[in-house]
Design a protein around this ligand. Structure first.
Ligand code: HAX
Length: 437
């Protein structure tokens, strides 16, 4: 058993004892009242999940195991001192709750490089059977399900595995899956947009650097961007749709592939990860309709108002939890100002940032008028020549695997049971409210 699994046992089993104690000895403790409005608006603020990998504060934004994004940029191991943190390190931090050393990061990097070779040929056959114009998220998710043939979980389960050991094959599946996602993502990218001219992984590169390389981008700056991108999109607590869906499906002991696939189906919605490409569609449609390459702030204002009048959302703005500008937006803006100070799309995104929040506020209903992570990520990728918007959500998905799959390992370490909230019909809620039709 490698030292990471050993550490997971040392840390995980005492924590599982605490979870059991909370259930058995404190199970009757009331922790929160739930309001009618919370149920009707998607359970906002209802504490109903146990997640330790990251925590989202409405005002401050995300912290991964207690570390903010600026702190991660400073403290996580990097390849170059002035570069961006390695996602391998964030994975280690989320998994074990400890800041990794360079050796830890190298260990994970090597594990992923080795395990990445294990994609069975049928997975590529399955992708190739899909039309090239099938959305990359369809191809990505189909490939994830096709890789499920490799899962060890079901075999171990049928062989008669002790409940306490569920986390073991889950961890193996998680490590395999994460190692293979960049290869799958790059394969889809090259298949759809570069006539199937594929690029082999470079064993000397890190996980994110290799993704950029296999997509066809070898400049150090793009690799830096990819490392940053993979870090900031990795996790956002447990209640977001991709994390919650992964957790929910995993709660019936579906293997990591089925569980992650469920999360990715959620990420493919326009109110979640698909927003990163919708932002670019919105910007380009605005440019076309206005007939200007660089619309003025006034023109952006008018276009944003029209979008809202038509009953549509402005993609990249708003959030179900955040009530301030997303730090993931700010760190990307910081990166763009450092490396791409004159990029037209970055200027445009900055101008949108200056005018859109006021318009959203003026509706009187939008709870958070500020930009989220998706408001700028596409502009950054586009400015580096990665102009094929449909791949953006796939890239988000590769990163999101780090968080939601770490959560899945912990779900099994904690011994969490099947998730099964209660639903009621409309008459029940009307009675509670004291109203009739
Ligand atoms: N543009 C226009 N209207 C918006 C809006 C936006 N960006 N954000 C919220 N609203 C509207 C809602 O549609 C809702 O309108 P109705 O009452 O008429 O239904 C009202 O404001 C209240 O919504 P809210 O409580 O502020 O927001 P929700 O928690 O319901 O939804 C969303 C949060 C992120 C889904 C929402 O802000 C939105 O649709 N934003 C645009 C899409 C987007 O950027 N999604 C990505 C979010 C980040 C993420 O998960 N990335 O993966």
């Amino acid at each position: 058993m490698d030292y990471i699994k050993q550490r997971l046992i040392e840390i995980g089993h005492p924590k599982a004892d605490i979870v059991r104690k909370l259930t058995k000895e404190h199970g009757d403790k009331v922790i929160q009242d739930v309001k009618m409005g919370q149920v009707m608006t998607g359970m906002k603020g209802v504490v109903s999940l146990l997640t330790c990998t990251s925590k989202l504060d409405p005002e401050e934004g995300i912290r991964f195991r207690g570390y903010s994004i600026p702190e991660l940029r400073e403290k996580l191991p990097k390849i170059h001192d002035d570069g961006e943190p390695l996602p391998e390190g964030l994975f280690f931090l989320m998994l074990l709750g400890e800041m990794p050393t360079k050796d830890d990061v190298n260990f994970i990097s090597n594990q992923w490089a080795q395990r990445g070779h294990g994609i069975p040929p049928h997975v590529f056959d399955v992708i190739n059977a899909l039309p090239k114009d099938a959305h990359p998220m369809i191809q990505f998710n189909t490939a994830i399900l096709a890789m499920s043939t490799e899962s060890q979980f079901r075999k171990a389960y049928l062989a008669g595995m002790d409940k306490k050991d569920y986390w073991g094959p889950t961890y193996e599946g998680v490590m395999d899956l994460i190692s293979r996602l960049p290869i799958i993502a790059a394969y889809i990218y090259r298949r759809v947009f570069f006539d199937g001219k594929y690029i082999d992984p470079d064993p000397s590169l890190d996980w994110a650097g290799n993704l950029a390389h296999m997509m066809g981008y070898d400049s150090e700056e793009i690799k830096r961007l990819m490392r940053l991108y993979m870090v900031i999109h990795a996790d956002h607590e447990g209640g977001n749709v991709s994390a919650h869906a992964t957790h929910l499906v995993g709660s019936v002991l579906s293997n990591p592939y089925y569980s992650f696939s469920a999360g990715m189906n959620g990420l493919a919605g326009p109110l979640h990860g698909m927003a990163n490409q919708d932002v670019m569609h919105w910007i380009n449609k605005m440019k076309r309709e206005i007939g200007a390459e660089e619309p003025s702030k006034e023109q952006i204002q008018e276009y944003a108002k029209k979008t809202i009048e038509k009953g549509q959302v402005i993609p990249g703005y708003g959030h179900a939890v955040l009530r301030k500008t997303d730090p993931r937006f700010l760190v990307q803006l910081d990166f763009a100002r450092k490396y791409l100070p004159n990029a037209p799309y970055i200027k445009l995104v900055s101008n949108i940032y200056e005018v859109v929040p006021e318009i959203l506020l003026s509706t009187g209903k939008v709870k958070n008028p500020w930009p989220n992570v998706d408001a700028i990520s596409g502009a950054l990728l586009t400015s580096y020549g990665i102009t094929e918007f449909p791949i953006y959500t796939v890239l988000f998905g590769v990163s999101r695997a780090l968080g939601v799959l770490t959560q899945l390992v912990w779900d099994r370490l904690y011994g969490l049971p099947i998730e099964r909230p209660k639903s009621q019909n409309l008459a029940w809620f009307m009675e509670k409210a004291g109203i009739t039709e």
